[in-house]
Design a protein around this ligand. Structure first.
Ligand SMILES: Cc1cc2nc3c(=O)[nH]c(=O)nc-3n(C[C@H](O)[C@H](O)[C@H](O)COP(=O)(O)OP(=O)(O)OC[C@H]3O[C@@H](n4cnc5c(N)ncnc54)[C@H](O)[C@@H]3O)c2cc1C
Length: 386
């Protein structure tokens, strides 16, 4: 349990959305914050996220909305295409915004950079922790050690802090039966061909989505069903094998998959307790909801804000209050995400047809209401009124 006096020291492990937001709120609450990040440098680009819900409100409270708006991807519609690229169904951006209030579509790296640029704490890249003890003692890979009043594990779905403090991960990770890959590349020709529409090609158990971002860059997402969570040694080869038979832009995309492509199993993290001693987890590390739920970044920012609020309200019981406020919202979103699998990666041709029919009818208020229930879990009430 952290003690309450001035200039307490916090170590944040992971400079992703949850870690950066935790650093932002904790340093403003008077903590002396250090951040360690495994990646050798800041990770720009990445995949496109739809950012809305409580995280949007947290970003507003941080004063970051104008900077996020400036990085908004100019997507005009969401279009389902067939394997020759012909349009099957479409929902306009206006209709999408009507179902997903205030949504900002932007690259994960852009969201992270906006938060990072507003931080005072310096980030140590290319390092991590090798041992973490409940009392706040930490050992680093170079053999040095230090002691903190608070250690925040914000190191994502495969959290090392979680493993070091709570034991091996398998019991906490729920595999959702799919692998995913995402990348952004600069390819003016492909980018022009796609345009500022989110276009997706869906065949049973497989989906490719892509969209032009800006300045000749484009982002792509691939998703496919796999019985095993085990990751392939060569992700680009696995993608060629899985998607090589598809038409449309699939061959062009497969020829530009970068070496550092984001590739992972799709899973959720579900654990009964998110803290031990002076150690607490935030974001995907304790409550990954998966890309099917689509609210992970929003919840990561919300969790970071709620944690700082509760620590400021009083050290005693802060972690319990933080978990008590966040966990119901995370579980609700996880359940929603599991239901959304059939919408994002339908298992049969008729399910794809049904989904596209709903997209085509999205102009009707009753259908919008239906879509709203499908894209936006209700997690109001997690944040205290501003
Ligand atoms: C394809 C895809 C699409 C998505 N779409 C959406 C969406 O539309 N809307 C939305 O809200 N969310 C979406 N998400 C989810 C969202 O990106 C995550 O939930 C969110 O990024 C979680 O933030 P985080 O900080 O907990 O984890 P991450 O963003 O994964 O950050 C973890 C950080 O910790 C670092 N790290 C890992 N291990 C260590 C270690 N041992 N030591 C030090 N550092 C370490 C990593 O390098 C990384 O920088 C999507 C996710 C994917 C994969």
């Amino acid at each position: 349990m952290p003690k309450s006096n001035a200039q307490q020291r916090a170590l944040i492990v992971g400079a992703g959305i949850a870690g950066l937001t935790s650093a932002w709120w904790l340093e403003r609450a008077g903590w002396d914050v250090s951040v360690v990040e495994k990646a050798p440098s800041f990770r720009a680009g990445g995949y496109m996220i739809d950012f809305f819900g409580p995280g949007h409100e947290v970003a507003r409270r941080m004063g970051l909305l104008p900077a996020l708006e400036a990085r908004r991807a100019p997507i005009s519609s969401v279009t389902s295409v067939d394997s020759s690229g012909r349009r099957r169904a479409e929902i306009s951006a206006a209709a999408y915004e009507a179902v997903a209030d205030g949504v900002i579509s932007l690259l994960r790296g852009d969201l992270a950079s906006v938060i990072r640029d507003d931080l005072r704490a310096s980030i140590s890249y290319g390092t991590t922790v090798s041992a973490v003890f409940d009392d706040g003692r930490v050992t680093f890979p170079d053999g040095s050690s230090d002691e903190f009043d608070l250690v925040v594990g914000a190191d994502g779905v495969h959290s090392r802090v979680r493993e070091l403090v709570f034991g091996p991960s398998p019991s906490f990770v729920r595999y959702l039966g799919h692998h995913t890959a995402a990348f952004s590349v600069r390819d003016a020709e492909l980018s022009a061909r796609i345009g500022h529409r989110y276009q997706m090609l869906t065949v049973p158990h497989r989906m490719i989505g892509c969209y032009a971002v800006r300045d000749g860059a484009m982002a792509a997402l691939m998703l496919y069903r796999s019985a095993s969570p085990e990751l392939p040694a060569d992700p680009a080869a696995a993608l060629r094998e899985r998607f090589g038979d598809l038409g449309w832009v699939a061959p062009a995309l497969l020829s530009v998959v970068p070496k550092d492509v984001y590739y992972d199993e799709v899973s959720q993290v579900d654990m009964p307790v998110w803290h031990r001693g002076k150690i607490v987890l935030v974001g995907d590390a304790c409550g990954a909801v998966s890309l099917f739920a689509g609210h992970g970044a929003s919840l990561a920012m919300t969790g970071a804000c709620v944690l700082a609020e509760e620590l400021t309200a009083g050290a005693e019981g802060a972690f319990e209050r933080y978990q008590g406020r966040m966990k119901p919202a995370v579980e609700h979103t996880q359940e929603f995400g599991r239901r959304f699998i059939g919408w994002m990666a339908p298992s049969s041709a008729w399910r794809i047809t049904l989904r596209d029919m709903v997209l085509r009818l999205s102009g009707l208020p009753v259908v919008r209401k239906l879509i709203r229930g499908s894209v936006a879990p209700d997690v109001d009430g997690v944040l205290t009124p501003a």
